[in-house]
Ligand binder design. Sequence first.
Ligand code: PLP
Length: 399
Amino acid sequence: MPHEETSFIYMDHAATTAVHPKALEAMLPYFSEQFHNPSSSYLPAQKARQAVDAARKTVADVLGTRPPEIIFTSGGTESDNAAIKGIAMALRPQGNHIITSAAEHHAVLHTCHFMEKLGFEVTYLPVDSRGMVSVSDIEKAIKRETVLISIMLANNEVGTINPVAEIAAIAKAKAKSLKTHIAVHTDAVQCPGYLDINVDRLGVDALSLSSHKFNGPKGAGVLYLRRATPFEAQQTGGSHERNRRAGTENVPGIAGTAVALKLAAEERAANVEQTKALRDRLIAGVQQRIQGAHLNGHPTERLPNNINFSFDRTDSQWTLMALDEAGIGASTGSACRTASLEPSHVLVACGIPANLAIGTLRLTLGPENTVQEVDRVLDVLPGIIQRVRDTAPPVEAKP
Ligand SMILES: Cc1ncc(COP(=O)(O)O)c(C=O)c1O
């Protein structure tokens, strides 16, 4: 029987989150009575301008920076695109080499593929079996032509946290010795509410956020861009966002982003403690109750809310369907393509064999998940995995 909406157990927070009531409240006036364009000169429009300015200050405070270094965007994808294209294009006279990793989100990987078409050379560094980038690989890959390094702070599929501060420090040291400019960008989309995203402690020049991942609205995001970082605007038009991102500001989205990001920062310590305890309970429970369950990602350097298992001899499409019927929302590590499954590029990069990778289940927790919900998942999952192994069509994976 399909689940009741109210009893649905949501464990897919890496996909998206609900807008926080306080963020929603902050957004509402800018849809109606304070709808005006922040660029207009009359008095009511000043309210909209003030809202954008206040939000920029709030976001800058959370990231430990100054308001002019904050660019409001339409989300994580745009922030990644703008960072990579904007910085690389501006630094092109110096060099055409970009370094990234094979486990980045497609917003970064596909943008790097695009840069190759423009004549850039991109090094896609491998990750280890736990999904982590090696600092020494970064060091070895840097050359005189290197202008940009883009390495995600935490992986959205397997939850692995990369040593971004170390990477940034190495990049800066190398740039100094080569007498060049190497900008460091990090995709921190999965991190607010879970990790420290202070840009000085990370040492990054650019950082991407997506509001709907931290209880803000969809279609809104942030690009942090350190002062004096060369940048060529990719979205051209008016002079908005200090000529770095043209287009009338999404005032409600911006207002909601700021409130949600501040709340995520304020509640981080409690949130981490709670989700980590639930995560570890769920991981231990699965390992105890289900044979052939392989934990993906790093055992300790992982997002406090991420659980990612590959179950051998299963096809995660069927597992997800059965979980949905049981009223549990999760996600898979595979992209469904026609009759066969293509394992996720992240799992492939971690060296997980294709047949195992297509049996991958990702559960991502949020602050509202409870021990009872975790125990309910642990009650139903062993039976579901057994049923999928016994009855589902044979696993077929593209190598
Ligand atoms: C790590 C990472 N980067 C970028 C994005 C893209 O964000 P959006 O879909 O909000 O544009 C996502 C979304 O899942 C993500 O997880």
